[in-house]
Design a protein around this ligand. Structure first.
Ligand code: HEC
Length: 134
């Protein structure tokens, strides 16, 4: 009987703690996304935009990148390496690409490499967040 009471009490406390944690997680997620966006602008923003209405810079527009076929953004003149790549962007190949673009796709004109996995993860999280919202 005592056990039952403690069990209920435990569940109530767990529910309260859970609700409190969810609040923290939501705030944390906002911070993470802000950090991710900042990382993207710092690392990629010189050459890339993500606003579909903006024209390309040195590199193609990255709006809706995850799930997009490589080398196909309208109006951008890709290298043959990327135009003929034939794969679709996902978190995995994007990670390899920004680790060292020219090693991943020899012949590409993107001169970028990022050795820090934490920075790459933030950039990928940001691009992913853009592809799920509409
Ligand atoms: C110095 C300029 C420059 C920087 C910095 C740069 N890129 Fe690029 N990016 C390019 C160019 C140029 C291309 C086109 C490559 C080609 O056609 O071979 C490109 C292509 C791409 C593509 C292929 C898009 C498609 O439509 O298939 C992706 C993805 C990409 N870049 C992501 C990134 C990310 C993420 C970063 C930051 C971590 C980054 N780039 C940093 C210049 C840059």
């Amino acid at each position: 009987m005592m056990g039952g009471t403690r069990g209920r009490m435990g569940r109530v406390l767990a529910a309260i703690a859970g609700a409190w944690l969810l609040g923290i997680c939501a705030a944390q997620a906002d911070d993470d996304l802000a950090a991710a966006q900042k990382q993207f602008v710092t690392s990629c923003g010189t050459c890339h935009v993500v606003d579909p209405k903006a024209g390309p810079r040195q590199g193609p527009n990255l709006a809706g990148l995850i799930g997009r076929k490589a080398g196909t953004y309208p109006g951008y003149k890709y290298s043959a390496a990327l135009a003929n790549a034939g794969f679709t962007w996902d978190a995995d190949n994007l990670d390899k690409w920004i680790t060292n673009a020219q090693a991943f796709k020899p012949g590409t004109t993107m001169p970028y490499r990022q050795a820090d996995p934490a920075k790459r993860a933030r950039i990928i999280a940001y691009l992913k967040s853009l592809s799920v919202e509409k």
